[in-house]
Design a binder for this molecule. Structure first.
Ligand code: ADP
Ligand code: ADP
Length: 234
């Protein structure tokens, strides 16, 4: 089953001075894939990730996620779609340092729906245990290591049981060992729930462990291959 489908997506920034950042990007992502998006700085990775995350719209072209044409949704409907369908793991952003692990995991729920009920607390607790932070559940975030904080971000992204998780440099600020653990966790979740992952990364180790690598250069897909199947380019 194809979960994400992009057809000739272009992105142009600016009104007077126009800069085209994505050129005719077409791409199909099957459900359950673990995909790494790589490329030099300025090649359009964040722009593409924001479009895939329904945070930004293409200038032209179509994007379908789970057969839903995002171009046909209003801003409110897009917000709703993000909440139901997508999880975001963006580098440390949006973790509140003065709040505890469980408060941070429940934060999007607080913002979106108000006070969490017992069931949501239990679910948050289960996820915190799942990411290996049972002993840190009531600790303030600023007392956790970088790797632990990133695992809090993953637990939080999982709270609404998303089908698609978008991660922006999830290991970028971590040492090799902590980065490996975060990657292990994401791959386990990918295997357990068939959750699809799209990970923007500069980290060679992350990219090589992905099922599929897409490389952007100057806003175009220049490589699309399966690193485990050396030599077999798609
Ligand atoms: P990457 O994530 O690969 O570093 P980006 O998607 O952030 O690339 O940026 C691609 C290009 O688009 C860069 O040249 C950047 O300066 C430009 N760009 C990104 N966002 C905007 C914006 N809001 N307005 C104008 N140009 C932008
Ligand atoms: P940058 O790469 O420019 O530092 P980010 O990647 O942190 O910015 O964020 C890009 C966009 O994604 C922002 O507009 C932010 O509002 C949005 N965003 C990040 N996380 C979430 C989330 N969990 N839910 C909704 N929007 C998010």
């Amino acid at each position: 089953k194809i979960l994400v489908s992009l057809d000739s997506v272009n992105k142009v920034y600016g009104d007077e001075v126009k800069t085209q950042v994505l050129f005719d990007v077409s791409l199909e992502i099957p459900q359950g894939q673990f995909l790494a998006l790589i490329g030099p700085s300025g090649s359009g990775k964040s722009t593409l990730l924001n479009i895939l995350g329904a945070l930004d719209r293409p200038s032209s072209g179509t994007i379908l996620i789970n057969q839903q044409n995002l171009g046909q949704l209003s801003e409110n409907q897009l917000a709703d779609f993000r909440n139901k369908f997508l999880g975001f793991v963006f580098q440390f952003h949006y973790l509140l340092p003065e709040f505890t692990t469980i408060e941070n995991v429940l934060l999007p729920y607080w913002i979106g729906k108000g006070k969490p009920n017992r069931q949501m607390f239990n679910e948050a607790q289960r996820l915190i245990e799942r990411v290996g932070l049972a002993n840190q559940i009531n600790k303030r975030i600023n007392l956790l290591s970088g790797g632990q904080q990133q695992r809090v971000a993953i637990a939080r992204a999982l709270l609404n049981r998303p089908q698609l998780i978008l991660a922006d440099e999830p290991t970028g600020a971590l040492d090799t060992k902590a980065g490996d653990q975060v990657l292990d966790l994401m791959q386990e979740i990918n295997g357990e729930n068939n959750t699809t992952f799209i990970v923007v990364t500069h980290d060679r180790n992350v990219a090589l462990r992905a099922e599929r690598i897409i490389e952007l250069i100057d806003g175009r897909i220049c490589k699309d291959f399966f690193p485990q199947e050396v030599g077999k380019e798609k």
